[in-house]
Write a protein that binds this ligand. Structure first.
Ligand code: ADP
Length: 352
């Protein structure tokens, strides 16, 4: 009975993975109110069990009320990091079977992107975000499989700011060019344990902070990409498999009032708009099975080219700040997500 139970569980996981292949899934996550925020003024009116979400603006009567959305899943404000991770675990594990997986966090600044991907500052193990949990899980499984497959894991960390790619693990955070499909010039660090990874992430974090602008401001205006490369060798057949997991904390999606900013801020805003739009366009044109997929329109989509479309699996966390003062931004976030959700990604045909 136990055996059949395990078999059924495996089949369920297998089906989930098959279903994810070539598709984008969109998971909406609503962060809790923070101390000092008015928890009576939520714009989230309803969360259903099947991914339904109703957004409303309680400060306006009538016509502004009740906009309906449906995503693959909606996580309410009390969902723990652990519960979120359990849900995406099959996807992450498939990297060890040779898949390319891309996980994004999208939303305005302060909506919980970094919390989901990394965890809060000085996170306890319970608060760990997807990054640490994913690596921990990959280490554990590769250890379990050591009699049949030997795995090597390497980590790269880059930041894309104003369409410039910076290596966060190299000494001094060098600027680099995307070299074809991935970013092979960025420093690749072989990793063997979670504690080692925590150390590396700290290095990446410090390198990011070395930039001229204060970290908090800067980090919301750059995309950060952590890539875990997996190479496995089957001890029996000698075959090699390769997979990659990209964990992307996107720049804040808030629209900047163009009349109010100039100079550097305006340039940053334009770059962010351009690259987030390019990401949306790539996913959209994959869904349409267009011959031309505009990967080249931004550094972000160039870097992720091999992990978007085809047999790659994509998941986007759409992050929501429930405060009613964010209503307009939340609405545009959810509209972006709706455009990219539920669409089947066709086999990617590179426009090279
Ligand atoms: P972003 O990366 O989108 O700018 P953050 O991840 O920095 O947003 O989140 C903003 C604040 O809200 C942080 O103080 C963070 O710790 C807190 N926060 C976000 N999501 C959650 C959550 N699910 N549970 C508890 N606190 C959260």
């Amino acid at each position: 009975e136990k055996y059949h139970g395990a078999l059924a569980e495996n089949r369920k996981l297998f089906n989930e993975i098959q279903e994810l292949k070539g598709n984008i899934r969109v998971y909406c996550r609503i962060r809790p109110f923070r101390p000092g925020e008015d928890d009576k003024s939520s714009s989230v009116e309803y969360i259903g069990d099947n991914g339904e979400l109703v957004l409303s603006n309680p400060t306006k009567q009538g016509k502004e009320g009740g906009k309906n959305f449906t995503f693959n899943k909606v996580f309410g404000p009390i969902t723990t990091q652990d519960a979120v991770f359990k849900d995406i675990q099959p996807l992450i594990r498939s990297v060890l079977d040779g898949y390319n997986v891309c996980i994004f966090a999208y939303g305005q600044t302060g909506s919980g992107k970094t919390y989901t991907m990394m965890g809060p500052e000085k996170a306890t193990e319970k608060e760990w975000g997807v990054n640490y949990r994913a690596l921990n899980d990959l280490f554990n499984i590769s250890h379990d499989r050591r009699d049949t497959i030997t795995y090597e894991l390497c980590v790269q960390m880059i930041e894309i700011y104003n369409e410039q790619i910076r290596d966060l693990l190299g000494s001094g955070g060098n600027t680099i060019q995307p070299n074809g499909l991935a970013v092979p010039d960025a420093t690749m660090c072989p990793v063997t344990s979670t504690s080692h990874v925590i150390e590396l992430m700290q290095t990446g974090h410090d390198n990011r902070a070395m930039s001229a602008t204060a970290l908090n401001e800067r980090s919301s205006r750059s995309h950060s990409v952590v890539t875990i490369h997996v190479r496995g060798q089957d001890l029996k057949t000698g075959n090699t498999l390769r997979g990659a997991l990209h964990l992307v904390d996107l720049a804040g999606s808030e629209r900047v009032d163009r009349s109010a900013v100039t100079g550097d801020r305006l340039k940053e805003a334009q770059h962010i708009n351009k690259s987030l739009a390019a990401l949306g366009d790539v996913i959209f044109s994959l869904s349409q099975k267009n011959a031309h997929v505009p990967y080249r329109n931004s550094k972000l989509t160039q870097v992720l080219q091999t992990s978007l479309g085809g047999h790659a699996k994509t998941l986007m966390f759409v992050q929501v700040n429930p405060d009613v003062s964010s209503y307009t931004e939340t609405l545009s976030t959810l509209k972006f997500a709706e455009r990219v959700s539920g669409v089947e990604l066709g086999v990617a045909r590179s426009n090279k």
